[in-house]
Design a protein around this ligand. Sequence first.
Ligand code: HSE
Length: 409
Amino acid sequence: MNVAVMGYGTVGVGVVEILRRHGDDIAQKVGQPLQVTKILVRHEYPGSPDTELFVQEFDQILRDESIQLVAEAMGGLHPAYDYIKACLEAGKSVVTANKELVAEKGAELLAIAARQGGNLLFEASVAGGIPILHTLTNCLWANRITRIAGILNGTTNFILTKMFREGMSFDRALGIAQEKGYAESDPTADVEGIDACRKICILAGLAFGCQVLPAQVPTKGISSVGPEDVQYAAGWGGAIKLLGQCSLAEDGRVWISVEPAFVPGSSQLCRIDDVYNGVAVRGDSVGEVVLYGPGAGRFPTASAMVSDLMEAARATGTLPMYRWEDKGDRTADPMTQPTACYLRLEGPGAGDKARELFGQVEELDRAGRPAEEFACITPQLPLGEILLRVEALEKAGIRLLGRMPVSPL
Ligand code: HSE
């Protein structure tokens, strides 16, 4: 079966390399060889072993009826969306690592794939090499999924680990993440939580069957996390992680967010460091399942893409297994979500005032804590209620220096 690869960056090169390196093995597993016959490139790559396969016009792939499988590794919304849509309309199957595209246009593209009898597979779009999408849609299919919490961005987990465990500067840690091919072309998407947001939208779509768009998700990155917060988390026995979370509210709507959170030491997510990602899924029958593995990088991502190509090759002509629908905005009001919060406060009598307003709080400590600084974990309350009490603290002259939710997993 002939394959076209669109994009020849970190991931595209990985896909071509794995297909070449494991060609015989793949042929045996799939029942026929998967042969890359065209690679769509934007530039020349002098000295590349694949020069003969390069094409610069997408139409050369679209009009080539011998190509039934297309691997998209260009990233970005345009022109990837137009290309993938055209391929699906033409009945080709498409495999992609493009989380932006799937998060924004998944419902529409999956419907086209279903109508035209192709597949749209995107295991690589969430958590790199971790097989979380297949796990959700196959192995945990019998469950009603109630909650997902994940470290979904390798770059920020790498930066948090290097900065706070090894004392490296933010710029140096980001530079290494870029050198290693973990970061997005514009790393703001990593640092500000935008990339993790796209991934939690995809997970919510698969878990709850409804499209959640990135613009509907309250999203915060890691730039507000300070060393003091990290010290308090460590003293508490936990860690701060950038978490994408979604859960089902009682009315069937979806609470969803991306933000740095206090993760307790008892959670398996607490010990997931460096570029690794981890996803905890709670299902009504299975309980909690945690998957862990490399979340970014050439070969982990290409591993998921090539496996999807192999599956698409075997499943050509059958319906795609992924599906979610645009049911309008299904997100629940974040202010109604029950949560405990970490608070870092400053001002005279901050501890007493916090106790007055919240009742029993869990007090935290760190080496070198200034006399007027007070940090604690609040009891679990609806977020809106916590914010009202914080407002009352501020009116009483107490400054809020840090606030993060405490992850219940
Ligand atoms: N920039 C992404 C990350 C790549 O760091 O996780 C994998 O999606």
